[in-house]
Design a protein around this ligand. Structure first.
Ligand SMILES: Nc1ncnc2c1ncn2[C@@H]1O[C@H](COP(=O)(O)OP(=O)(O)OP(=O)(O)O)[C@@H](O)[C@H]1O
Length: 355
């Protein structure tokens, strides 16, 4: 059996964790939720650093049940924290080699592969003090991978970095995603990071799992945007179809049509994700005339739900095989008689490329 089955119960004075999760055996699962919702505690339970009641199976192997509790050092896992704590007296290579003796027999990622994957070959002889924040993070991730883990746990690995360093590191995380076949559990507070990296999403609140499922579907669940607030929106898997050199625009296509966005130098044919926020989408019940909004997609209203504010409503619209969300005032939804099944034109003010 593949994947991760995690059932945990913890009862602390001020906090109770009660989760029951089935997570995929590969790809990145983002753990998302407000501060204090239990994301780190869940990772610590998986690592065996907390003795919760419950059961944990990783690819069919029992790490914990009523009778067994595998000690942390016997669990084939890599743990990456916000700050990579490297030994100052060792070179990067020394840091990477440290701890390799506990490597499990079945090799999934070896040291050379980890070094190559994180692009740190040129840093191997350096001492940690001569690394930038982004380089330290990459070494920290490579060190975790060199242990050939069956699972990689990442607790806000980019939180200590500024925006520029984050941008520098994201492509390496994307490579992990493409080239590794181990599951990654990734805590992040950044909806952008989640939108860009994750395949699967777990939303936590007060020690419970509010929702879990494939990212694209879970983000357009109408009971969740309330919790995602201004970040509510949809992800579309698209590919670059055309470049307009005169206006510096790129056309991306998906099953629901095409969208123009700023040309960011991506080649024709490149597959990527775009993010369309609910607050950037308005609806018309007739094909709109001349407008400064370039992106207009025909679709069909799928469902409506109340939003956080009593004056607002969220509308899910099916465009091709995909769903997008629109945030409207209740007044305009009533005036246009927006209801399931209605043909609409979604006017999209802004599209963010996740690249
Ligand atoms: N050892 C402990 N004993 C008792 N309570 C704890 C312990 N460790 C954490 N907590 C509490 O458990 C709750 C969940 O904390 P946790 O760090 O898992 O949340 P989080 O979702 O990861 O938060 P953040 O996003 O801020 O990192 C918090 O209320 C915290 O104070």
């Amino acid at each position: 059996m593949t994947g991760i089955q995690a059932r945990f119960q913890l009862d602390w004075t001020n906090f109770q964790l009660d989760v029951d999760l089935d997570l995929p055996s590969h790809g990145i699962t983002a753990l998302f939720g407000p501060s204090g919702s239990g994301k780190t505690t869940l990772l610590r339970c998986i690592a065996g650093l907390e003795r919760a009641k419950g059961r944990l199976l990783v690819n069919g192997e029992v790490w914990q049940d009523e009778r067994h509790f595998l000690a942390t050092h016997k669990r084939a896992l890599g743990y990456v924290f916000q700050e990579a704590s490297l030994f100052a007296h060792l070179s990067v290579l020394g840091n990477l080699r440290y701890g390799l003796q506990r490597i499990p027999a079945k090799q999934q990622v070896n040291l050379e592969q980890a070094i190559e994957l994180l692009g740190i070959t040129h840093l191997l002889e350096r001492k940690p003090e001569r690394l930038s924040g982004g380089e330290r993070s990459r070494v920290g991730i490579a060190r975790a991978l060199a242990l050939s883990p069956d699972i990689l746990l990442m607790d806000e690995p980019l939180a200590a970095l500024d925006v520029k360093r984050k941008q520098e590191i994201l492509p390496y995380l994307e490579r992990l995603h493409e080239e590794l076949h181990i599951p990654v559990l990734y805590i992040s507070h950044s909806p952008d990071e989640v939108a860009r990296l994750a395949d699967y999403l777990v939303v936590m609140e007060q020690g419970h799992v509010l929702a879990s499922g494939p990212l694209v579907e879970t983000l357009t669940r109408l009971d969740l945007p309330i919790h995602l607030g201004e970040d509510a929106g949809a992800i579309l898997d698209v590919s670059v179809a055309e470049l307009d050199a005169e206006w510096h625009l790129a056309k991306v296509i998906f099953s629901g049509g095409s969208l123009w966005t700023k040309d960011q130098g991506l080649p024709i044919g490149r597959k990527l994700r775009v993010r369309v926020l609910a607050r950037d989408v308005s609806l018309a019940v007739e094909p709109p005339g001349k407008s400064s909004i370039q992106n207009i997609l025909p679709g069909c209203v799928d469902a409506l739900a109340d939003d956080e504010h009593p004056g607002l409503v969220l509308v899910r619209v099916k465009v091709g095989d995909a769903m997008i969300l629109a945030r409207l005032t209740k007044k305009s939804a009533a005036m246009l008689n927006i209801r399931p099944g209605l043909q609409v034109w979604a006017q999209i003010k802004s599209v963010a490329l996740m690249e």
